[in-house]
Design a protein around this ligand. Structure first.
Ligand SMILES: [Zn+2]
Length: 109
């Protein structure tokens, strides 16, 4: 049996190859806040049609920050933050597979 037909190795290879597509990932979490701007004649004055304020909530040098995101970048930023989740999930799976392989290898020594 060739090693490459091992389903664990195939999965690991697939995950590793997929990491390149996540290189634009961003840290933190995406936040959408609703707020009134305070202008009495604005559509938000009724308290229902509020403005959206998009932010990245993130640690910068260990301190929590809320960074404002222009509305036109909100979709992209949300995707990039989502990439981090995929990255973490792939890393966890790769580590799980490697641990399993390591323990197996250890036993057969
Ligand atoms: Zn307003």
């Amino acid at each position: 049996m060739r090693k490459s037909s091992d389903p664990d190795l195939e999965l690991r290879g697939k995950l590793i190859r997929g990491l390149g597509s996540l290189r634009e990932m961003l840290p933190g979490s995406f936040v959408e806040r609703k707020r009134a701007c305070g202008r009495p004649n604005c559509h938000c004055a009724d308290g229902k049609n509020l403005h959206s304020q998009f932010q990245i909530s993130v640690l910068v040098d260990g301190k929590p920050k809320a960074l404002n995101i222009p509305a036109e970048l909100a979709v992209k930023v949300r995707e990039k933050i989502e990439m981090r989740r995929h990255f973490d999930s792939a890393a966890a799976t790769i580590c799980r597979l490697n641990l399993k392989r390591f323990l197996k290898e250890k036993e057969t020594r």
